[in-house]
Design a binder for this molecule. Structure first.
Ligand SMILES: *Cc1c(COP(=O)(O)O)cnc(C)c1O
Length: 405
């Protein structure tokens, strides 16, 4: 098949065709209206019309495929799903209204009362609340393990363990988990492995190829990349995604077509952004390690990171997020953050604008002090998600912080 020519939309389908990641990121999944538009259209419609009552009946009872209502299917949302599935090397993706809705869909669609989950203790704060409060009410129990310790993962498995859940690299301390090794532990016990791939994105890490069964994303972060929309996605096999789709379609955690369109645009530049933001984070991490007033830097790209070798093995870049401890206590960290002038003080990450966060009182503020201590999140810890501004300007802003501690 020719590699040129734009008119055949099916040409870039990943099923049956072997295109490179960069090509898929730009082209996979696009649907054209027939008007000849080049950019992806937004199908901003809540419902669809039928040519006859007979056709409506056939669609509703499943005899005929096609759109019915945008809580079920929407062409723009499907274009996003097909593109991210292609980029993760998955059979299928199901888009959700947020990253948390993606994680919730795993709990409700794939687990049931009496099931047990083994989860890394270094996962997103709301993920812990979801497991501990809402899934516990549904009779699903969760145990937490040290994400870096394979024996801990093995020891936590019970006869009723149905899912292992991890985030690697973790937020904010960049702890890594060996995806391939943990997938073997999961499969030895007929459990599923789900990976939150938010920090690396498929541009830097493809967990399904390392043995994971499911990948989830908060599309809000790097997939969007410019801090515009909230959304999420689950990817995996047709069989598992059919269950997830059933939950999303019925319970309503569906993605808006407008947000899906923004994510489609974000995916087109994902690899470029991830490469540039990883390079910038690496430079900044090395620079921060040299500064007086910085006690410790957490970034898997540094040779001082205990899991640097694992990062080299399972990732193709180190990502754009790093964190560091400043000399002093919480007040020193607050003073440092407040002295910056350009960086955005926000809990969000993955934006082209560099953001600065005090995890202990924001993203991880709902954990108890003991839970935070267990997770290694100290009061003097600051997280930076490196954007695309000029590196000298970013350093100059951090120097303003360093000057006041
Ligand atoms: C932000 C985030 C989530 C939650 O995603 P939302 O889109 O905010 O619901 C889940 N996991 C990680 C790692 C995140 O950073």
């Amino acid at each position: 098949m020719s590699k040129t020519g734009f008119e055949r939309e099916e040409r870039i389908q990943f099923e049956g065709e072997d295109y490179a990641f960069d090509t898929l990121a730009v082209r996979a999944g696009q649907r054209r209206t027939g008007e000849g538009e080049h950019s992806d259209p937004i199908y901003l419609t809540s419902s669809y019309v039928f040519s006859s009552a007979r056709e409506a009946a056939a669609r509703f009872n499943g005899d005929e495929e096609g759109n019915i209502y945008s809580r079920f299917t929407n062409p723009t949302v499907q274009a996003f799903e097909r593109r991210i599935a292609a980029m993760e090397g998955a059979e299928r993706a199901v888009a959700t209204s947020s990253g948390m809705a993606a994680i919730m869909s795993l709990g409700i669609a794939l687990l049931q009362q009496g099931d047990h989950v083994v989860c890394s203790r270094s996962v997103f704060g709301s993920t812990v609340s979801l497991f501990n409060k809402y899934l516990t009410r549904a009779g699903i129990e969760t145990s937490y393990v040290d994400p870096t310790d394979l024996d801990d993962w093995r020891a936590a498995i019970k006869p009723n363990t149905k899912m292992l859940f991890m985030e690697t690299p973790s937020n904010p301390l960049a702890e890594l988990t060996d995806i391939e090794a943990v997938s073997k532990i999961a499969h030895d016990h007929d459990a599923l492995l789900a990976v939150d791939n938010c920090f690396c994105t498929p541009a830097l890490q493809q967990p399904l190829k390392l043995g994971a069964d499911i990948v989830i994303h908060s599309a809000t972060k790097y997939l969007d990349g410019q801090g515009r929309c909230v959304g999420g996605v689950v990817v995996g096999s047709d069989k598992l995604m059919e269950e997830i789709f059933g939950y999303v379609r019925t319970c309503g955690a569906c993605l808006s077509p407008f947000n899906a369109w923004n994510f489609l645009k974000g995916l087109e530049t994902l690899k470029l952004r991830m490469t540039a933001q990883s390079q910038a984070a690496m430079e900044l991490a090395q620079w921060l390690e040299q500064q007086t007033g910085i006690d410790k830097v957490y970034y898997a790209g540094l040779e001082s990171h205990p899991q640097h070798a694992l990062a080299l093995k399972q990732q193709s870049g180190f990502g754009g997020v790093l964190s560091f401890e400043v000399a002093g206590d919480k007040d020193a960290a607050f003073d440092f953050i407040d002295a910056t002038e350009m960086l955005s003080i926000t809990g969000n990450l993955g934006d082209v604008k560099t953001t600065i966060t005090h995890p202990g009182t924001t993203t991880h503020g709902r954990m108890s002090p003991e839970e935070r201590a267990d997770a290694g999140i100290k009061d003097n810890l600051i997280r930076v998600s490196v954007g695309l501004e000029d590196m000298d300007d970013i350093k100059a802003d951090l120097l303003r912080g360093l000057a006041v501690i």
